[in-house]
Design a protein around this ligand. Sequence first.
Ligand SMILES: [Zn+2]
Length: 131
Amino acid sequence: MADSPAQKPNQGTAFVVNAMRRGFGGKCPKCGNGALLAGYLKPNTACCTCGEETGGIYTADIAPYFTIMIVGHIVMPLLLATEKMAAPPIWMQVAFWPTLALALTLWFLPRVKGSIMGLMWALGMRGHEQH
Ligand SMILES: [Zn+2]
């Protein structure tokens, strides 16, 4: 763990959940004020309010992974229930469900990334840890 300069002492579940909640809202996991992301997904180098360096937290593919899982668990039950109850025309379903899935994906992705960055920050992880 020599390459983990953000290593923090274990501060409990509430600390971790709070950091994830702040990250979900796009805010710095430390102070909750500064913007975590500079663009849609690009992390800010450091918090503009407290100076915490969050830009080096590397989340790799975990944000898209969880986003796909969340969106799938929202869209698929709705799709199946709609088909079972109303059976709308196929053209309508082909137009609606992919659009909903895309919109939810675009909404969730930066929020999930922020949550993961908050989690990693709270646990002192940078994403380059060795096994
Ligand atoms: Zn901050």
